[in-house]
Design a protein. Structure first.
Length: 246
């Protein structure tokens, strides 16, 4: 029960990594608010996460939705201790093939939403005497990849945002860290169909010999949200089966 009496918001909590993190947090004693744009999906996820989970349909690229999300969380739980910025999108493409709309949507959801969420939650972390912000980056926060120009650029920005905020708020006992997953088997990844040859190639990028599961990320998130990591801030933590080492 490492998170007993803590309150967390997890964005993009309707599936994949976000849902796994919310489940781990509840198991560790936290009360959790999850949000996502698809109301049916977010309510179904809340039922899976179980008691202690509040579900709030919200588009975190919109300030008014974020205000409603924070207000609803406070009305239900009276405090906020943890923010997990997990919501994200991925459009395949190069600098030439991506549309302006795809580029803008990538940065609105992958980067701008993290800033907006942090800005809304920081006063409440401060009021709680400190807290934790966990931004979900990617192995592409530090590396490049073919056909991922907008996604890689946005995830590099996530790491920069993480490190700058860590410096700004360390004295307030607010820790800011970034988790950098490799290829994790989620709905977002499943949308990019892989034939047998492509799957074999991408598996070869992970020395551990498998793709990640959402639960592989959730365990680290629970640690970074807990008081066990009270001297850990500004970090970039690969959870990638060795992807970033080769």
């Amino acid at each position: 029960m490492r998170l007993k009496d803590k309150v967390a918001i997890v964005t993009g909590g309707g599936s994949g990594i976000g849902r796994a993190i919310a489940t781990a947090f509840v198991r560790e004693g936290a009360r959790v608010a999850i949000c996502g744009r698809d109301s049916k999906k977010i309510h179904a996820a809340g039922a899976e996460v179980g008691a202690g989970c509040l579900t709030i349909p919200a588009d975190v690229s919109r300030s008014e939705n974020i205000d409603n999300l924070v207000e609803a969380t406070l009305a239900r739980f009276q405090r906020i201790d943890i923010l997990v910025n997990n919501a994200g999108v991925l459009f395949a493409g190069t600098a030439e093939s991506l549309s302006e709309e795809q580029w803008d949507q990538t940065f609105d959801i992958n980067v701008r939403s993290m800033w907006l969420m942090a800005r809304a939650v920081l006063p409440h972390l401060r009021a709680a005497g400190g807290g934790a912000i966990i931004n979900i980056g990617s192995v592409l926060s530090t590396l490049g990849a073919r056909n991922r120009v907008a996604y890689a650029a946005s995830k590099h920005a996530v790491l920069g945002l993480t490190r700058a905020m860590a410096v700004d708020h360390a004295a307030e006992k607010i820790r800011v860290n970034c988790i950098c997953p490799g290829i994790v088997e989620t709905e977002m990844v499943a949308a990019f169909a892989m034939d047998e040859a492509t799957r074999k190639q991408r598996l070869s990028w992970h020395p551990a010999g498998r793709f990640g599961q959402p639960e592989d990320v959730a365990g680290l998130a629970a640690y970074l949200a807990s008081d066990e990591s009270s001297w850990v801030t500004g970090g970039a933590f690969p959870v990638d089966g060795g992807y970033s080492t080769i």
